[in-house]
Design a protein around this ligand. Sequence first.
Ligand code: KG4
Ligand code: ZN
Length: 340
Amino acid sequence: MKDINILAIETSCDETSVAVVRNGKEVLSNIVSSQIDTHKQFGGVVPEIASRQHIEVIIQIVEEALEEAEVILDEIDAICVTQGPGLIGSLLVGVNVAKTLSYTLDKPLIGAHHIAGHIYASNIDNNISYPSLALVVSGGHTELVYLKDVLDFEIIGSTHDDAVGEAYDKVARQLNLEYPGGPKVDKLAKFGEDKYKFPRAMIDSDDYNFSFSGMKSAVINFVHNAKQRGDKIVFADLACSFQTAVVDVLITKTRKAIENFDVKQLILAGGVAGNSELRLQVLKLEKELGVEVLIPKMSYCSDNAAMIGAVGYYYYKYKLFADPLTLNARSTLDLEEVRK
Ligand code: KG4
Ligand code: ZN
């Protein structure tokens, strides 16, 4: 069969990324230009600045990705771009570059779902089997997704409020850690103990939903009260107590879903999939329940275009093409809308 080379573009938040992926598996290049240094001075992503920076670098990143892959535009079979969800101004930059390339080169255009990309990051170095369960944990999403088949997603549970990554970043601010604080809280937690026993919200609820805003508030209130009383707080213990509570809830709900749905694999997806404690606990579930666990390598956990090329291959296979004249970026886009 002929090789399928996909030029993939991801600009949904604060990473400008372009990749060339062959047959959904072979990552020929995956260039990621991060804007973290710009946004950290504001304590979080400033959408206006994010879209401007995408515009400034995107063409250069496309050129670098092609160069590193040693592929010319003529050898590209389709242009795939993250259509949503994400920051609308950021998404629009990638979508417009993709539409222009598709129209001028007369190549098929694919508008991919960002979370589908995070999930299919696990299909790069491994093979997803069906049915599977994905635990999606990122800055904007916390979901348990049942994958019936290729590109067939059912969300069986999600957060009522904050996403896990968002809660991590807000707790990090309390600990005076720079944006994005998630990885820094994770590191700090290794030096602490679960002394403060924060509440495990919704851990016993009869569903697969989550709530993290209460846990985040518990940490914030704890810090305020301690400051007012002049008590000394051990930040490492605070980080560890928060992390232990969060991971405890995530694992408890995931275990319940694996027990009640007949799945072959558990797929960890999204930026928080890089969390050391979560990775450890998920691997324990593998032993406990005998379910195969797929965890993407670190560079495919945070936002990157290789994962968009990985899922784009299946959009290509099932001819899920978009019109280069009318495709629009969507800040909210339902994962269950993706259908082959
Ligand atoms: O998937 P992602 O790169 O972007 C979104 O689609 O949102 O996820 C970014 C989020 C941030 O909130 C970041 O703090 C969090 O993932 N994150 C972590 C870790 N690494 C990244 N949170 C906890 N522990 C980590 N090791
Ligand atoms: Zn993401």
